[in-house]
Design a protein around this ligand. Structure first.
Ligand code: ATP
Length: 288
């Protein structure tokens, strides 16, 4: 749901560091000001480098406690595995994944990473373990370099360039007279939706987190751009635990497993082939 895409993007933005410059700083404060009351628990510790085992244990949640949105979510994702969430609009896919970086807290159950309850970790260190590429990419007014290095202000030129190349931004950067120094945003060059997505992908490559949340675009990009982005995302997902909020069945066949959500529950979970054989909800969605 669109209402929830913004919060997901905010997670990517609200990290320990903020971009240089006063505009970036204000943006950071704005983001913090709209954060719900989620803070470090007493005794929270920084996350160690995680292998990316994700586990939801009987998780329930409702924005309004009287109206549950998620019920009894219970699943596990192995390190490096890709799990795609599908299901009707409003089923709770976005909400389910927003709980992982603790944008909201479960009202029941708990979520662990490598067996550690996420509430035992400091918020900053937790969120640094999770890369997010959402359909609504947040760029601030500044250079392409600063936008890519967002969240890793210590990154070297070589690292930034390598991340840009992995995100397939190389040709675009080379075509710009000022390359990485090109100012983007309101006062500079306007990037296309596909280019912004690639900036978001480059950011994650640079931060190199073990866990990735992908919020697939609902509106289609042109075929060529789509293919380029898919290739960059496939590469990004390699070696990372990847959770995808999927809107199109065509792009999820490559997921190791698929969780079909309905009314805040996982109705079915399994590989594409398994779910096809089961002749249930997934098979019906796939046939539609
Ligand atoms: P879509 O495929 O449309 O993105 P979804 O499966 O991701 O849907 P969610 O966005 O998680 O579903 O929404 C689940 C339910 O929670 C819906 O009833 C939605 O209206 C509600 N909801 C989502 N975000 C909020 C919010 N910030 N405040 C209150 N209710 C919300």
């Amino acid at each position: 749901a669109g209402v929830f895409v913004r919060p997901l993007e905010k997670i990517a933005a609200v990290i320990e560091t903020y971009p240089k410059g006063i505009a970036g700083f204000h943006r950071y404060l704005d983001l913090l000001a709209t954060e719900p009351d989620i803070a470090d628990r007493p005794g929270a510790r920084p996350a160690p480098r995680l292998s990316g085992a994700v586990r939801y244990e009987d998780v329930g949640f409702g924005y309004d406690p009287a109206r549950p949105v998620l019920r009894g979510l219970d699943f596990e994702v192995r390190p490096g595995e890709t799990l795609a969430f599908v299901g009707p609009s409003g089923a709770g896919k976005t909400t389910a994944l927003a709980l992982l970086p603790r944008f909201y807290e479960p009202t029941e159950g708990r979520i662990t990473l490598d067996g550690i309850p996420v509430t035992d970790l400091t918020l900053n260190s937790l969120r640094r373990q999770i890369g997010i590429v959402s359909q609504d990419v947040f760029l601030f007014g500044g250079t392409l370099r600063d936008n890519i290095a967002y969240g890793r202000l210590d990154a070297t030129e070589t690292e930034i360039r390598a991340a840009a190349d992995l995100a397939r931004l190389g040709p675009m950067i080379d075509a710009l007279p000022q390359g990485l120094d090109t100012v983007v945003g309101e006062r500079g060059v306007t990037l296309s939706g596909g280019q912004k997505q690639r900036v978001a992908i480059a950011r994650v490559f640079l931060r190199n987190p073990p866990i990735l949340i992908l919020d697939e675009a609902t509106s289609a990009l042109d075929t060529e751009t789509e293919r380029e982005i898919q290739a960059a995302l496939d590469r990004l997902a390699q070696g990372r635990t990847t959770l995808i909020i999927a809107h199109r069945l065509a792009t999820i066949r490559h997921a190791d497993r698929i969780a079909v959500m309905q009314d805040g529950r996982i109705a079915e979970i399994g590989s594409h082939a398994e779910l096809q054989t089961r002749q249930g909800l997934y098979a019906r969605l796939a046939a539609a």
